[in-house]
Design a protein around this ligand. Structure first.
Ligand code: PRP
Ligand code: URA
Length: 206
């Protein structure tokens, strides 16, 4: 399933993210905020159990989250999505996967993997603002499935139709939550109209 956000706040903030005049500090804040909003939508089906709680006025029937969540940011650009989501889910574990796209082949090159031997969480949220060819997301989800992860969701900000198709073909069981699916990829694999290089714009490089 592909979920493209219809939320007005996401639309508004995405426009500011795209703006070439937005500086790294503001860009980082917007990445956090959009990630938080998308994560709110992506976690709507988490399991809860009943839990009674004592209020100052008596007993209330409440709930407690059952699922343990893992956040898997794809380095570097996915890192910026962690802080916003962590504010809402401070108990989430964070496991880092480092991949970069070879500029010539556009294929992902793996350089870091910080997963424990066995999965410790029930739901994995893979975080990367950009789903371009889909190579990085597919490779990350391959790694997570080989590790034993069963419920995986991809949360991104901008996608190209090519990336959505590639991810859906490789992992049809993984829902894709995205702020917007853009028009196409250009000849060097960038999303058009996109927002440029999400890593460079966050970290002030490039
Ligand atoms: C960007 C982006 C994704 C990847 C998307 O990372 O953050 O990880 O490209 O492209 P794909 O869908 O074609 O694989 P990049 O390789 O630029 O590395 P960085 O985050 O370290 O800058
Ligand atoms: N990575 C980015 O940061 N931006 C794109 O448009 C494509 C890949």
């Amino acid at each position: 399933m592909i979920y493209e956000s219809k939320h007005p706040l996401v639309k508004h903030k995405l426009t500011l993210l795209r703006d070439v005049r937005t500086k790294p500090k503001k860009f980082r804040e917007l990445i956090q905020e959009v990630a938080m909003l998308l994560c709110y939508e992506a976690t709507a089906d988490l399991q809860v159990t009943d839990r009674a709680v004592e209020t100052p006025m008596g007993l209330a029937q409440g709930h407690e989250l059952l699922d343990k969540i893992g956040l898997i940011p794809i380095l570097r650009a996915g890192l910026g999505m962690v802080q916003g989501i962590w504010q809402m889910m401070p108990g989430a574990e964070v496991w880092h996967i480092g991949l970069y796209r070879d500029e010539e082949t556009l294929k992902p090159v793996s350089y870091y993997n910080k997963l424990p031997t066995l999965p410790t969480v029930q739901v994995c949220l893979v975080l990367d603002p950009m789903l371009a060819t889909g190579g990085s997301a597919v490779a990350t989800i391959d790694i997570l499935k080989n590790w034993g992860a069963e419920r995986i969701k991809f949360v991104g900000i901008l996608a190209a139709p090519e990336g959505v198709d590639a991810l859906h073909q490789a992992h049809p069981d993984v829902p894709i939550h995205i702020a917007k699916i853009d028009s196409h990829l250009n000849e060097i694999g960038y999303i058009v109209p996109g927002l440029g290089d999400a890593g460079d714009r966050q970290f002030g490089t490039g």
